[in-house]
Structures are given as structure tokens and as C-alpha cells.
Design a protein around this ligand. Structure first.
Ligand SMILES: *Cc1c(COP(=O)(O)O)cnc(C)c1O
Length: 385
């Protein structure tokens, strides 16, 4: 039996996988079982920020792995403390709760929001999220996700989530007023929703509304975070500072980690026993994440911005492309051909791409070199035409 057929038989069929069995890689190149190479513009859905088998990450992870792989949150460990310190110092936030995924990071943020309102004596528990958002696959984060097609088969979902329209200030304020909301949660660029960047005026307006009304302003940076958009976190493009942000994907460099990062206002909302995780803050995952986070400096962010401009300008001029959206190296491409055909054609010609709704989505490694990016864009452009 081939790996493909074993997988089909024994793994729950929740993913309609591409017909591709990957076995190894280095940097932005991955190889399949037949030795064919592909330029990887997917990074495991925005995870391997510095590519496959990144040397610094391997060193950080293996040295921790052979020293102390796990002890639980009942004890202090160095990587957990040092990663939390690094994140707080860079963002001027106050405290971090570590989990194992983006959805879990959002679960923590939801608990912070509910308890914050309760501590204040407010009669508020609803969390406002935007239509077309994506916040995860656990039941609560599914409820938070503003896309009905994710909900339909799993009712009843947890209550306490309300949705308003993105880029429509009046809609957000109306829904907030009618529902006694305790928090507003947004993605600055709606990733799974089609790589759609929220308008600056909109984000600033709902931010002010939230701050004025002591509603927690929370940003889901699971996909947009950790340098992906050309700033350390995407909210930094908007000149705002959230009360809470969550992140995951690119932070771990390939090991599972999530972080719920809390600012001054809600730093003491969760206390002893209010939340927990067996694996959260695991030393190996944290050591790897620290080696990623420490390298997200100005030089790298400047490179991300330069590569982004290059991709935008190359693709905007392409015959087969209707429009290009996104920020940094989180890029959505509305193609004239059906996106699934474009992805197949690219794969045939040695380039791996993602989709998001009806768009082609690119999430290359932040350190992909220009030559390789150029080569991949040639393949994409000819697949689009
Ligand atoms: C991927 C994603 C999540 C869910 O992250 P998991 O690690 O898969 O649980 C949540 N929010 C956003 C914006 C995402 O892109």
C-alpha cells in the first residue's frame, strides 16, 4: 500500500489533500516521494516562517529537546519565561498565556473578555466578530467565525457571539449597542476569508469606539502575526494597540504553539486556576519560537516589505490576474481562471500555492530569496494566463 492509500483509509477524511506526498525539504524548497522539487509558497499555511529545516530553529529545538522536553506548567522553565518576556518587550504588552494552536489562543482571549466584563460588574458577555472572519475550528471559535457555512453542520454552537460587517463602522456600532458586547475581535487581514485587508479608517473607528466604551479590543494575529505582513504584528500598520492579541502559526516555526497576549488593562483578569493547558508553554515549542521571534527584526521586516512590493507589481501587470490583495507576504490573487486550475498548473510546474475562497493565496517564507521568488512568480504568471 502507498502512503496515500494508507492515509486515505486510516486518517479521518476532513482534508481533501493534494495528490502530493512530501518527504523532505530545505528552506523554500520541498521534495516529493519521487525526488521532484517544488518551490514552497505555502509554508505549511504560514507556519515555517524561515522555511523548512531552518538551522537556527533546529539548533534551538534540539538543544532544548535533549535537555528538558516537558515538565508541565506547575514549574518554571527558561524558554517559556524568555519567550513571554521577548514578546511583551517588543509589543509593550503585559502578559502572555501559551497554548498549542491559534484556536486555543482565541479561546483564551474569549475567556479574558468574558471575565473582564464580569469583574467590572458589566452585564456583558457577547463577543463581536466580523462577517467573513475566521477564528478557528473549536466550537467557540467556530461560533466566533463569521461564515455561516462553517456553522451549519454543528449546531447548537456556543452562544455569545454576534457578527457585524467588515469595513462598515455603523454596522459594528449598531450590533455592539444592541448586544451589550464585552469585546470586539478582528483580523486585520481576513486570511481564510480571501486575504482582505481591513480599511484603516474602519479599524481606527471601531478601536476608538471600543476604548471609549471599555469594550476589549482584540486582534486575531494567528495568520497575520510574526512579521508576515511586514510589521511584527499587523495591528502595527494601523497605529493602534489592542487590549489583547492572539497569535500562533508563524510563531512556532513548525512546532505547535499559540499565544494570547494581554495588555495592561486585562493583565490580571485571569488568575490562579482560571485557565490552563498541559502542553501550553512547552519548553521545546517555546525554544523554537524564541529563535523565530528574535529574528523578526527591522532588517527582516524591510525585506518582507520589499518582496511584497515586488510580488504586487509583478502580478498586478499579469494578463490573467484581476487583482492582488493583502499585506506583506500574505497575498491574495484574484485570477481570471478558476483558482483550483491555477494551483494544479503551478504544482505541475513545481510551485506550491494555497487558496483562500476564490483567490490564490501566497504565504512564502519570510526569508525566501529574490531569485526563487522570481522563478515562482514566472510559473504563477504563466499558469494564470
Ligand atoms: C489559522 C487561523 C486560526 C486557527 O488556528 P489553528 O492553529 O488552526 O487552531 C485562527 N485564526 C486565524 C486568523 C487563522 O488564520
Amino acid at each position: 500500500m502507498t502512503v496515500k492509500s494508507i492515509d486515505k483509509q486510516y486518517v479521518l477524511n476532513t482534508y481533501n489533500r493534494f495528490d502530493l506526498h512530501l518527504v523532505e525539504g530545505k528552506g523554500s524548497v520541498v521534495k516529493d516521494e519521487n525526488g521532484k522539487e517544488y518551490i514552497d509558497l505555502t509554508t505549511g499555511i504560514g507556519v515555517t516562517a524561515f522555511g523548512i529545516a531552518d538551522e537556527k530553529w533546529i539548533e534551538a529545538v534540539t538543544s532544548q529537546l535533549t535537555t528538558l522536553q516537558h515538565v508541565s506548567n506547575l514549574y518554571y522553565t527558561t524558554p517559556c519565561a524568555m519567550l513571554a518576556k521577548a514578546i511583551c518587550e517588543k509589543t509593550e504588552m503585559s502578559k502572555v498565556f501559551f497554548s498549542n494552536s491559534g484556536a486555543e489562543a482565541n479561546e483564551c482571549a474569549i475567556k479574558v473578555a468574558r471575565k473582564y466584563a464580569q469583574d467590572k460588574g458589566y452585564d456583558r458577555y457577547n463577543i463581536l466578530t466580523l462577517n467573513n472572519s475566521f477564528h478557528g475550528r473549536t466550537l467557540a471559535t467556530l461560533s466566533a467565525t463569521g461564515q455561516a457555512h462553517y456553522h451549519e453542520l454543528f449546531n447548537p454552537l456556543p452562544s455569545g457571539f454576534v457578527h457585524a460587517d467588515a469595513n462598515d463602522i455603523d454596522s459594528v456600532i449598531k450590533v455592539a449597542k444592541e448586544n451589550n458586547v464585552c469585546a470586539i475581535m478582528i483580523e486585520c487581514v481576513q486570511g481564510e476569508g480571501g486575504v482582505i485587508r481591513l480599511d484603516t479608517d474602519f479599524v481606527k473607528a471601531i478601536y476608538s469606539y471600543a476604548i471609549d466604551n471599555d469594550i476589549l479590543f482584540m486582534v486575531d494575529e494567528v495568520q497575520t502575526g510574526n512579521g508576515r505582513t511586514g510589521e511584527l504584528y499587523a495591528y502595527m500598520h494601523y497605529g493602534i494597540k489592542p487590549d489583547v492579541f492572539t497569535t500562533a502559526k508563524g510563531l512556532g516555526g513548525g512546532l505547535p504553539i499559540g499565544a494570547c497576549v494581554v495588555g495592561q488593562k486585562a493583565q490580571n483578569t485571569l488568575g490562579f486556576g482560571d485557565h490552563g493547558s498541559t502542553y501550553g508553554g512547552n519548553p521545546v515549542a517555546c525554544a523554537g519560537a524564541l529563535s523565530v521571534f528574535e529574528r523578526l527584526d527591522e532588517k527582516l521586516l524591510t525585506e518582507v516589505k520589499a518582496k511584497s512590493e515586488y510580488v504586487f507589481s509583478e502580478l498586478s501587470e499579469c494578463e490573467g490576474v484581476e487583482s492582488v490583495s493583502g499585506m506583506g507576504l500574505m497575498i491574495g490573487i484574484k485570477t481570471k481562471k478558476p483558482v483550483s486550475d491555477v494551483i494544479k498548473e503551478c504544482m505541475k510546474n513545481g510551485v506550491l500555492c494555497l487558496s483562500a475562497k476564490d483567490k490564490l493565496r501566497l504565504l512564502p517564507a519570510l526569508n525566501i530569496d529574490f531569485e526563487m521568488l522570481k522563478k515562482a512568480l514566472e510559473v504563477i504568471k504563466s499558469a494564470c494566463e
